[in-house]
Design a protein around this ligand. Sequence first.
Ligand code: XMP
Length: 512
Amino acid sequence: MKKNELILILDFGGQYNQLIARRVRECNVYSEVVPYNISLEKIKEKNPKGIIFTGGPASVYGEEAPKCDERIFDLEIPILGICYGMQLMTHTLKGKVARADKREYGVIPVKINNESKLFKDFESTNNFLMSHTDYVEVLPEGFKNIGSTESCPNAAIENEEKMRYGIQFHPEVNNSVNGIKVIHNFLFNICKCAGDWVISSFVEDSIKALKEKIGDKKALCALSGGVDSSVAAILLSKAIGKNLTCIFVDHGLLRKNEGDEVEQIFSKQFDINLIRVNSKDRFLSKLAGVSDPEKKRKIIGEEFIRVFEEEAHKIGKVDYLVQGTIYPDVIESGLGKSSVIKSHHNVGGLPECVDFEEIVEPLRDLFKDEVRKTGLELGIPENLVFRQPFPGPGLAIRIIGDITDDKLEILKEADSIFREEIANAGLHKNINQYFAVLTNLKSVGVMGDERTYDYTVALRAVETVDFMTGVWSKIPYEVLEKVSSRIVNEVNHVNRVVYDITSKPPATIEWE
Ligand code: XMP
């Protein structure tokens, strides 16, 4: 794929490595995160316009301190060292790094010299996030001070002639006011980037590159209806048209109308070769009588592969298998931990049982928000592009206890009402995940003059950034009231609705 200009980010193990890459891309410059020990040859091959060293937890004096190839400093490429990156640059270039008595942490006023190219158009004092114990005590030869805080004499340094810059603070985090401007100045005033990395050109370039690579060979894609696999599939179809076949295993455990929506988008709107395998009965019979959540997951995962395999065999040998892997899944940590390759349970194991030559991952350079932008660029409807996460095992883990067709129908209706009312109240963009759960609990109620003995539906809604932790959403009472009254009135066999007011931890987002 054609990439005009590149900023290389050498990862020294800082927690913000991906954030730096994203900030650079927000400035329309393509960036890649690479391990700190990348070889000089590789760097030369990649020919970056600039290099950024990330922060990291180590001290340059530590025995295992990560160090880059020193010859990098001989290259005529601008370098910006952030935090540990700045200290390493100082240490390598024969300045001195010292240890402070106590850690400096927090958003702290930094006095800067705004005549530096790095701080062009800045006020003389700015609030940036500092988080360090070691600091630069003596500057390397040729460097001058361009920033300080009360307790850190050298919060920013430069050697303008050699295009070497160091900052002790973190410009990449939101708490650093105008932090992005520091990155912007580095990219445009110092590295002289053009800033022409935009999603529309990514889409155009990828389609061209995929066309060249695949030619008139055949590709196969497993569609789940999720964002990543959908965007990957549509990108591929723009490149190779009917030589792409998508298999959509509909296990019947999707939300109300979801299977039809997937079919509508892929085969009608985009005219893709879509094989929808309606296998609800097959999944439900395998799941009959099973109430253990992990058993449910295992059965669904295995059956999914079986169905996919059977369909793929009907097609015969394909040249490429398309996967929706995205950048956060492939970034290798600078500290040498093995790369995390996502094994989405839906497609886990597929490569071993399908006859194909090579995997193609058209989104492996993109962050999630860029995948979404790509989706919009390709004309995929917003409700799919901004779809909330939905677990592979689907509604099976939202029906507590064993699963039957009747229970599935009850849950689909209740869940659809909840989602509709959240959208009507305009809350869908603030709540990151929300759904209904069919508890296995029956209780007594009264409907008209009749006693009822029916199910309890629980509503779950969480606000979260990473889905690892989260808080329950404070949905206004009026909205909850409307949802509750609609569910008990419109859905047969539900006579009680409760709202889950537990955060994660200690609860998980899903009930199973
Ligand atoms: P928990 O329930 O662990 O969920 O707080 C965190 C996130 O993961 C999703 N989730 C799953 N996704 N297969 C999936 O593909 C699963 O088995 C699964 N279980 C939970 C959940 O929806 C939430 O977004």
